[in-house]
Write a protein that binds this ligand. Structure first.
Ligand SMILES: Cc1ncc(COP(=O)(O)O)c(C=O)c1O
Length: 398
């Protein structure tokens, strides 16, 4: 059977192999500690669930407008205004089935064959695959722990070609947790507005998960020109522990939003009516559960970072946001554990899983295999146990 060229361009997720193996080991009864999760381990707050249940009993179970209910779009506009002083009209908002879907729609209406998209690495793996799916080419710009995994204006400018159409920025970032400051975003924005035809996709899905008193800044809020050039992507998955509800949203110019809504009208139509009602409750309701989750993430991050930094050979940046650490493990490359040679983080992740039953995601999944990603969206007990095992194994690599 012939598959389309589009299908053949997609790479299967490099995290799949390790994930499948971890699941198979768990099924065999082994005590696997999983640090692979990209989702909160908390339950969705009660008032959000109650809003969804009321929507079901109230018969709110039919199609809604394709780009989302008026109520949800207005709640999103108010949120932008209150939190970032950004004025959007409901016609500039498109609600989709998760932020991943929002990104998919955005890329499909913005880029095509022959276009280039600047993608700072380490990147969230779906950006790369979605760029390819949209027919464009990723121009990857490497960033490293020595400057906090941040794209700099000179690197950005050097990556721009006549084919550049888009820059993707993600703050706080997955997998590094890097948070761009206002000054850093302003400097990148100054480069962008020098070029007439370059837009920015600004993914802020982790905006609420931010620590150490840092302030989340959206590049669109820095000037009216940048607002015109920015397609903001956000959603309720990470902030409100709502990954299964599948609600993401985009804020953009009216013409970009209309094109995205048209695309969505012929694929998924509206996101689930019930989940939209739940999202109104999430965005407009009590924010105290978010604060509680953030405090717990911060506690886990500090513990995990301290333990990782205490292991000889491991260095680890202090992430300002999200719920991942991205330690550098290059010092172990070229060495061996029980005759297994370690050449990169993929080899190290395989040995950790095989010998210690600890699942981490090798950095190759994010474009840099000198690191691995370890999620602290899991219980403190699992974190302690997992860190004991990682410390033991790394201590035996010679
Ligand atoms: C950086 C980033 N953007 C977007 C998403 C998509 O989130 P969702 O589709 O659950 O809204 C994720 C999920 O892992 C992510 O890490």
């Amino acid at each position: 059977m012939r598959l389309s060229g589009r299908a053949l361009r997609i790479s299967s997720s490099p995290t799949m192999a390790i994930d499948a193996k971890a699941k198979e080991m768990k099924a065999r009864g082994l005590n696997v500690v999983g640090f692979g999760a990209g989702e909160p381990d908390f339950d969705t707050p009660k008032h959000i669930k109650e809003a969804a249940i009321a929507a079901i009993w109230g018969g709110f179970t039919k199609y809604t407008p394709v780009a989302g209910t008026v109520e949800l779009k207005e709640a999103i506009c108010n949120k932008f205004k209150l939190e970032q002083s950004l004025e959007y009209k409901p016609a500039q908002i498109v609600v989709s089935s998760g932020a991943k879907h929002s990104l998919y729609n955005a890329l499909h209406v913005l880029v095509q064959e022959g276009d280039e998209v600047i993608l700072p690495s380490p990147y969230w793996v779906s950006y790369l695959e979605q760029i390819k799916l949209a027919g464009a080419e990723a121009r990857i710009v490497e960033t490293w722990d020595d400057n906090g995994f941040k794209l700099t204006p000179d690197k950005l400018e050097a990556a721009i070609t006549p084919r550049t159409r888009l820059l993707i920025l993600n703050s706080p970032g997955n997998p590094t947790g890097a948070v761009y400051s206002e000054a850093e975003l302003k400097a990148l924005g100054d480069v962008i507005i020098k070029y007439d035809n370059i837009l920015v996709i600004f993914d802020e899905v982790y905006e609420k998960l931010i620590y150490d008193g840092l302030r989340h800044i959206n590049i669109a809020s820095l000037s009216p020109e940048l607002k015109e050039r920015t397609v903001v992507i956000n959603g309720v998955s990470k902030a409100y522990a709502m990954t299964g509800w599948r609600i993401g949203y985009t804020a953009a110019t009216v013409s970009v939003a209309a094109a995205m809504a048209d695309l969505q009208s012929h694929s998924t139509s509206n996101p689930t009516s019930i989940a939209q009602t739940a999202s109104v409750a999430a965005i407009t309701g009590d924010q105290e559960p978010v604060g509680r989750m953030v405090m717990e993430y911060a506690r886990r991050r500090d513990y995990m970072m301290e333990r990782l930094r205490a292991i000889p050979g491991v260095s680890c940046n202090r992430p300002g946001g999200a719920f991942y650490l991205f330690p550098n493990v290059k010092a172990f490359f070229g060495k061996s554990f029980n005759g297994n040679r370690i050449n990169n983080a993929t080899d190290l992740a395989a040995v950790l899983l095989e010998k210690m039953q600890v699942a981490v995601v090798p950095g190759v999944a994010f474009g840099n295999d000198d690191y691995f990603r370890i999620s602290y969206a899991t219980s403190m007990d699992s974190i302690k146990e997992g860190l004991d095992r990682i410390t033991e194994l790394l201590g035996k690599i010679k």
